[in-house]
Design a protein around this ligand. Structure first.
Ligand SMILES: Cc1cc2nc3c(=O)[nH]c(=O)nc-3n(C[C@H](O)[C@H](O)[C@H](O)COP(=O)(O)OP(=O)(O)OC[C@H]3O[C@@H](n4cnc5c(N)ncnc54)[C@H](O)[C@@H]3O)c2cc1C
Length: 391
């Protein structure tokens, strides 16, 4: 591998084979580990295209990395060179009339939304990792999150995305073509910039927090809240997860409204509730349940899943409004495989938002595999980017 040539493309100080960097970049938030050969930090989109050209010639696998908050090993290298995109932090002028902004892939969502607040605007896709997750990583994983019930997933907010593919070609994808970048976790190319649609910052939010005696009553309340056009988030916390954060050991629903729909209006109390909700996964991870999953179910399948988790004593929470659940497991818990074997039977998807990466390939179906291979063949036939991921 000719690293000297790589250094001439981005500058010697922006390439590292130091053992400490290779350790840091050998993993992501999934806790999977792989082998990182080198790390490169481009700071301009054209440098990304040059890195791809270099990798094609060298036969090297490149792994795009945003903030590394991914939970399924998508950014974990396998004898690869990791391309850290966190220096692509261009933020263009806010287009107030059209409510949109052009940003670099490395911009963190939290930083973008702080910037937009000055103009009373917001990018409303809010994953639990909203402070750190990058715009490029969120597009690549088609991130969903706390407000998906109202605002859907990241792809809904991308007006145009610039993608550097595995042949070094630069595409500006708009309309339906956005789907060739969104949700494919980097196997079709590097997202370098995107034009994002925005909403006005809601003037007022209220929330309601309700405990229930069982999942049946809880699902009936969910249906009532789903019919309310003011609903912006609908989060489920099961009995075992509620107990872990010191709440009463009963299943709870936390609902947010963009006006007066909720019972709690005090901003400090609302912030404290969301803080507790954001802290659920870290608390469970520290209590011995670091493996977090994200099956997505609807209808009867969702009720069956909730009953199964409850009966098995598995702590779980999730975005109930869109049927995405986050059961958390001890490492090596065999019930994880049992869960994914049942997901298809119950009519669900193995991933509602975290993606497939390295971790969930074995549970994907033939139609998904065929589509992933078709896109790979079109955008990256030489397997230069994220080799072995998804398909
Ligand atoms: C505590 C916690 C809570 C979370 N909550 C949610 C949630 O509510 N909803 C949700 O959807 N996710 C959630 N996640 C998962 C994660 O934050 C998202 O998947 C996020 O979108 C990943 O962004 P990232 O910048 O960290 O990407 P990374 O982890 O760096 O990468 C993720 C994948 O995208 C690829 N990629 C990264 N950047 C690019 C790019 N510029 N171009 C092409 N490919 C790229 C990588 O190769 C990898 O396959 C959570 C994670 C944690 C740790």
């Amino acid at each position: 591998m000719n690293l000297e040539r790589l250094s001439t493309l981005v500058g010697e100080e922006n390439v590292s084979t130091a053992i400490e960097d290779r350790i840091v970049y050998g993993r992501d938030a999934s806790r999977l580990e792989g082998e990182c050969q080198a790390v490169v930090w481009p700071s301009r989109p054209e440098q990304v295209a040059a890195i791809v050209e270099w990798a094609r010639r060298e036969g090297v696998d490149l792994v795009p990395r945003g903030a590394g908050t991914g939970l399924c090993g998508g950014a974990v290298p396998q004898h690869s060179v990791v391309v850290d995109l966190s220096r692509l932090i261009y933020i263009g002028p806010v287009d107030l009339g059209q409510r949109r902004i052009r940003v670099g892939a490395g911009v963190a969502l939290g930083a973008l939304n702080r910037h937009l607040a000055a103009d009373g605007l917001l990018l409303p896709v809010i994953p639990g990792s909203h402070r750190a997750a990058s715009i490029g990583g969120m597009i690549a994983t088609d991130a969903a999150g706390l407000r998906a019930v109202r605002y859907g997933t990241m792809r809904n907010w991308v007006e145009e995305v610039t993608l550097v593919d595995g042949l070094g070609r630069i595409h500006r994808l708009a309309g339906d073509e956005v789907n060739d970048a969104a949700g494919w976790e980097g196997i079709t190319g590097f997202v370098t910039e995107a034009t994002m649609r925005l909403i006005p910052l809601p003037a007022r939010r209220t929330v309601s927090l309700l405990p229930f005696d069982g999942e049946e009553a809880l699902l009936a309340q969910r249906d009532r809240w789903l019919a309310d056009p003011r609903l912006t988030a609908l989060e489920y916390i099961n009995r075992h997860a509620a107990e872990a954060i010191g709440w009463e050991a009963r299943p709870h629903l936390l609902a947010e409204f963009d006006s007066d729909g909720g019972e709690i209006a005090d901003p400090e109390r609302i912030a404290a509730l969301w803080h507790a909700r954001d802290g659920l996964y870290p608390v469970l991870a520290r209590s011995g349940y670091p493996v977090i999953e994200d099956p997505q179910m609807e209808g009867e399948g969702l009720a069956t899943l909730l009953a199964w988790l409850e009966a098995e004593g598995i702590p779980a929470f999730g975005h109930l409004g869109v049927g995405i659940m986050h059961p958390c497991f001890h490492p090596n818990d065999e019930r994880l495989a049992a869960l994914y074997e049942r997901v298809a039977e119950w009519g669900g998807r193995v991933s509602g938002e975290h993606g497939i990466g390295l971790k969930k390939k074995r549970w994907t179906d033939a139609a998904f595999q065929a589509e992933a291979r078709r896109l790979k063949e079109h955008y990256d036939p030489q397997q230069v980017i994220n080799r072995g991921k998804l398909c």
